[in-house]
Design a protein around this ligand. Structure first.
Ligand SMILES: [Zn+2]
Length: 173
């Protein structure tokens, strides 16, 4: 049982923590139902993950995961936006002022359904997802090479909101 951060990801999470935003993780973890992990193992991994993030100056304000398999047809697995909506309700957050960062089609579809701004990162499955999005004519707000660039965009959006530029990014350019 082990996990690794993509190189640079931990540092990016730390810089995200310096912004006036809440940081959440929403993840599909069907490894549990496939018998590869127990719920306890996963909690343990999440604990270690959070420990590493906090050690470097980052923070996680909340985490939700779907433990089911696609065939379970549950309501929480991404591309469902349910877990985003639950987090938004529990933390009194506007999803239309929230930013979703992910590297898969499912991530992007969930964020679009939730009415968030969406940033696709070309790490992991991201390159594949980029092609697929074009094929299906699904538009995301930004496509970037890594989490660092995604955090830079978040920072830009936050600063523009602070200057009162409104919801449209073009207003401030
Ligand atoms: Zn589920």
């Amino acid at each position: 049982m082990d996990f690794k951060f993509i190189p640079g990801a931990l540092e990016s999470l730390a810089s995200l923590a310096s912004l006036p935003v809440k940081v959440f993780i929403v993840t599909n973890q069907s490894a549990i139902y496939r018998g590869l992990l127990t719920a306890g193992d996963l909690e343990h991994i999440h604990g270690m993950m959070e420990f590493e993030i906090v050690s470097i100056g980052g923070r996680i304000d909340g985490l939700k995961y779907c433990p089911h398999m696609p065939r379970d047809k549950c309501k929480c697995r991404k591309p469902s936006s349910l877990l985003f909506e639950e987090l938004a309700r529990e933390h009194a957050i506007d999803l239309d002022r929230s930013i979703n960062i992910g590297d898969s089609m499912r991530d992007m579809e969930a964020g679009i359904k939730a009415g968030m701004k969406n940033i696709l990162v070309r790490t992991g499955q991201g390159k594949l997802a980029e092609t697929e999005l074009v094929h299906q004519n699904i538009k995301v707000d930004y496509v970037v090479d890594n989490l660092k660039e995604a955090v830079e965009i978040v920072s830009k959006i936050v600063n523009e909101e602070k200057r009162g530029c409104g919801n449209s990014l073009e207003d401030c350019q």
